[in-house]
Ligand binder design. Structure first.
Ligand SMILES: Nc1ncnc2c1ncn2[C@@H]1O[C@H](COP(=O)(O)OP(=O)(O)OP(=O)(O)O)[C@@H](O)[C@H]1O
Length: 214
C-alpha cells in the first residue's frame, strides 16, 4: 500500500495555510512533520484523516489491484484529545472503537486486554476512563491503535505530557507498526526512535510582510 497526497492546500479562516503539498509514503515508511507552533501540522493531519476538506488536492491510499481510496478509510487518527468517554470503562471505550473502526487491509486488531498489556496497563480496563491519570488516559488512547487494525497511523503530538517510560513504550509500538508494513505520519518533537524518516517542515501563514509593517 502507498499513501499518496497530491498538491494539497488548506484554508484556515480567510487565508491559505499551506498549498502545493505532495508526498508519497510506502509500506514501512514514516513521515515526521515539524515546524513552529501554528505552522499547520495539525491541519495537515486533519486533512489526511478526512476531518477537514482540503481547499485543493487529494490524499489517497493505493493498493495493488484496488481502486485508490481516501486515506481516512485506512487510518487511525490520534489527535490532541484522547477520544474516550470519561463515564465509560476503559474496556467499554476500547470496545466501541474496535467495533466502530473495524479492521482494514486484511489485518486484525488485537484483543482489548492484550492491548492494555501492550501499553503497560493490564488489569484495570474495568475502571471508568475518567478515574485514570492523564498519562494512563493517553496510554489507553494509544491502545485504540491496536484494537482495530488500520495500516496508516496519523499522530498529532502523540507523546506530549507522557513520562519517559511511556514515551519509549510508544516509540516501540510505532516501530513495530512500521516493521509490520504500516505507515505513520506524525507531528512530533520527539525522535520516536525512527530510522531516517521522511521529514516535512511546515511553514504556516506567510505574515512576514504584515509583521514588518508594525
Ligand atoms: N478553526 C480555525 N479557524 C481559523 N484559524 C485556525 C483554526 N484552527 C487553527 N487555525 C490557525 O491555523 C494555524 C495552524 O494551526 P495548526 O493547529 O494546524 O498548527 P500546528 O502546527 O499544529 O500548531 P501546534 O504546534 O501549536 O500544535 C494557526 O495559525 C491557527 O491559529
Amino acid at each position: 500500500m502507498r499513501l499518496i497526497a497530491r498538491n494539497l492546500a488548506a484554508r484556515r479562516g480567510e487565508d491559505l495555510l499551506f498549498s502545493g503539498i505532495s508526498l508519497v509514503l510506502s509500506k514501512g515508511e514514516a513521515l515526521v512533520l515539524t515546524g513552529r507552533n501554528g505552522s499547520g501540522k495539525s491541519t495537515l493531519l486533519r486533512v489526511l484523516a478526512g476531518l477537514m476538506r482540503p481547499e485543493m488536492g487529494e490524499a489517497l491510499c493505493e493498493s495493488p489491484g484496488d481502486e485508490p481510496r481516501p486515506v481516512r478509510e485506512f487510518s487511525h487518527y490520534l489527535g490532541h484529545r484522547n477520544g474516550m468517554k470519561a463515564e465509560l470503562t476503559v474496556a467499554e471505550n476500547l470496545a466501541f472503537w474496535k467495533t466502530f473502526l473495524g479492521d482494514h487491509d486484511k489485518g486484525c486488531g488485537i484483543a482489548i486486554e492484550e492491548a492494555a498489556d501492550r501499553v503497560g496497563l493490564g488489569g484495570i480496563t474495568h475502571l471508568p476512563y475518567g478515574y485514570l491519570s492523564a498519562g494512563q488516559q493517553r496510554r489507553f488512547a494509544m491502545a485504540r491503535l491496536l484494537v482495530a487494525h488500520r495500516p496508516v497511523w496519523l499522530l498529532d503530538e502523540p507523546t506530549a505530557a507522557l513520562d519517559s517510560a511511556a514515551d519509549s513504550l510508544f516509540s516501540s509500538l510505532v516501530r513495530a507498526h512500521l516493521s509490520a508494513g504500516g505507515l505513520v505520519v506524525a507531528a512530533t518533537h520527539q525522535p520516536l526512535g525512527l530510522d531516517a524518516p521522511q521529514r516535512l517542515e511546515m511553514k504556516g501563514f506567510d505574515h512576514t510582510s504584515l509583521e514588518k509593517a508594525f
